[in-house]
Design a protein around this ligand. Structure first.
Ligand SMILES: [Fe+2]
Ligand SMILES: [Fe+2]
Length: 155
């Protein structure tokens, strides 16, 4: 059950809890999509986006606190992802997924839109998350753990 599993664990409790929530929210967006209710999909996407922004800030706080040597690269990955996610949201809101249907926001158009969105989310969001969590986030968690052990700070 769920997109998240132990192979995504970084070992940092706060980060892992956030990741679980993010994966759950992604699933929520996709399952809402199939129910074909545009307003609901839009609300779910926006909720997910807010959560992701807060999560990135949390991780970036850990980087700054522990003088992480790969801060710049990691922050850039976050920023690039937000650009992709913003585009996805804009395209959805602006009906750019209408796929050549006639004018108006009829059932068929909306259905095509949400299906397209689901596919895009799978292709971009899920793929990015998986790669980023297992690579960059795990490296950060390892570094932070070591830093805490060396500096005697309570994580
Ligand atoms: Fe990250
Ligand atoms: Fe993360």
């Amino acid at each position: 059950m769920g997109l998240w599993n132990e192979t995504f664990a970084t070992g940092n409790e706060t980060v892992d809890a956030d990741h679980k929530e993010i994966f759950e929210l992604v699933e929520q967006v996709m399952s809402t999509s199939f129910k074909n209710k545009k307003e609901k999909v839009k609300t779910s996407i926006e909720f997910l986006a807010d959560y992701v922004v807060r999560h990135f800030a949390t991780e970036e706080g850990l980087m700054d606190e522990s003088d992480y040597p790969h801060t710049e690269t990691h922050k850039k990955e976050h920023a690039d992802f937000l650009k992709v996610a913003t585009k996805l949201h804009e395209d959805f809101v602006n009906d750019n997924y209408a796929l050549g249907e006639e004018e108006g926001k009829g059932e068929i158009e909306t259905e095509a839109q949400v299906l397209h969105l689901s596919l895009e989310i799978n292709k971009t969001v899920v793929a990015w998350l998986t790669k980023h969590v297992m690579g960059s986030d795990r490296a950060l968690a390892d570094h932070y753990k070591k830093w805490v052990a060396e500096n005697g700070v309570n994580a």
